[in-house]
Design a protein around this ligand. Structure first.
Ligand SMILES: *Cc1c(COP(=O)(O)O)cnc(C)c1O
Length: 417
């Protein structure tokens, strides 16, 4: 592929881009689960207007763009109050859940080294914890100690207790975990971290902008956020159920002292004193401003109303799936994540990957995961109004698939070449 020589008029260029998108999933139809979180036309509009204002701004230098400094501190402060952070809770905006988790792992490693002299740091987590913790361990030289989950898919806290030792820098809980959408026992997990003075990170990338609103709607949940003593850091993605466009998440620490282990400062460069809060250098102001605008536009009341529809969507999906012979929902998730698998108690030996292929023909897009083979749905307001159609198509797809098997057993969801 050779570099384009002559430039072309913008209309032509944009028309070519539009043509490229023909085979992309059509998330506007509501048939895609996860990936795009649609708060509705008004939310999209306010996000787009804020985005076009901040498309060119650079958040690397908040002395040049003091508005971005304010935007960051307000969004972080609002998120801290949502997650019941005590006075002094401090954090930063990042580009996404992965970066928030990388920052939290780095902070835990630095703290363990500085305060306890740990030179071979370890992370204790359950097999349900997000892959980003393994990525962080790989990048930052920590060893992962991985425990199994219990039959209900929650982290096995007793199994984790056996892995905690004097090298433990971080103990991880998820609220909720991604694969089956269940909440870990955060009180138990935080107590493990406290027993060795390690950090405890609650990964609320999925739940941070959902569970607080579900609680306000009366959905019961055991303490899971900064209300639990011993929780030292949390992550919450605004670009998921916060309905902001991609590229924005929050990482929070219980205090500024804990947050200081996250930042990087370097004073021995010809370019001058270099300080950075997270992993990026040059950094777009767009996602930060769009998140600010979406939160202001929706407010607590707007989020609670969106959450009401999402819970209704997810509950109806769970009930509908449970009624279909051959299928079952994994775990007792009460929020917006739904994983379905073949029901071993049924005579119908269904291959859910073949089911996923059949649903895709009707335009429904799920992520695939294993073990066990399952179809995963992150339900959101994008899916409001389509659940009856979905369940009807699901019932006919199950009948159509019968005992057929899909030859494609892969579960990967991104390309690396
Ligand atoms: C999405 C997610 C992450 C990773 O976030 P990205 O924004 O995809 O980088 C981490 N943990 C959980 C529970 C998630 O759902």
């Amino acid at each position: 592929m050779s570099f384009p020589v002559a430039g072309r008029p913008s209309n032509e260029v944009i028309a070519d881009l539009a043509a490229k998108r023909i085979t992309d999933v059509r998330w506007e139809d509501g048939r895609t689960f996860g990936m795009v979180y649609d708060g509705g036309p008004e939310v999209r509009e306010v996000a787009e207007r804020a985005a076009s204002m901040y498309l060119h701004e650079n958040a690397l230098n908040t002395f040049a763009f003091p508005s971005l400094r304010e935007i960051q501190s307000e969004v972080v402060g609002w998120t801290a109050s949502l997650l019941n952070g005590p006075d002094g809770t401090a954090g930063f905006l990042t580009s996404g859940g992965t970066e928030s988790i990388l920052c939290a792992v780095k902070a835990a490693r630095e703290r363990a080294k500085a305060e306890r002299g740990v030179t071979a740091p370890e992370i204790v987590l359950a097999e349900s914890a997000h892959a980003a913790f393994h990525k962080a361990a790989h990048l930052f030289g920590l060893t992962v100690r991985k425990a199994s989950v219990r039959p209900d898919w929650t982290a096995d806290v007793q199994a984790m207790a056996e892995l905690v030792n004097e090298n433990t820098a971080l103990v991880v809980g998820s609220a909720p975990q991604y694969p089956q959408g269940v909440m870990d026992d955060i009180e138990g997990i935080a107590a493990l971290a406290q027993s060795v003075d390690a950090n405890c990170h609650v990964d609320a990338c999925m739940g941070g902008y959902f569970v607080p609103f579900a609680e306000r709607l009366g959905r019961p949940v055991a303490p899971w956020d900064f209300r639990v003593p011993g929780v030292t850091s949390m992550s919450a993605d605004i670009h998921k159920l916060g309905y902001a466009p991609k590229g924005v998440s929050v990482v929070l620490h219980r205090s500024k002292e804990l947050r200081k282990y996250q930042t990087f400062v370097f004073d021995d460069w010809l370019g001058g004193f270099y300080a950075s809060p997270n992993l990026q250098g040059t950094r777009s102001g767009l996602p930060m401003a769009a998140a600010w605008a979406v939160i202001q536009h929706l407010g607590m009341e707007g989020y609670v109303e969106l959450t009401r529809s999402v819970l209704d969507n997810a509950d109806r999906m769970r009930d509908g799936i449970a009624e279909i012979d051959g299928l079952r929902v994994l775990g007792d998730g009460r929020f917006h994540l739904v994983a379905m698998a073949a029901d071993p108690a049924s005579e119908v030996a269904l291959d859910v990957f073949a089911l996923g292929d059949a649903l895709q023909v009707d335009g429904w897009y799920h992520d695939r995961q294993k073990p066990p083979d399952s179809l995963h749905s992150t339900v959101s307001n994008s899916n409001t109004g389509v659940i009856d159609d979905y369940l009807a198509d699901l019932r006919s797809a199950v009948a159509e698939v019968g005992v057929a098997r899909s030859t494609d057993r892969s579960t990967s969801y991104s390309t690396i070449d």
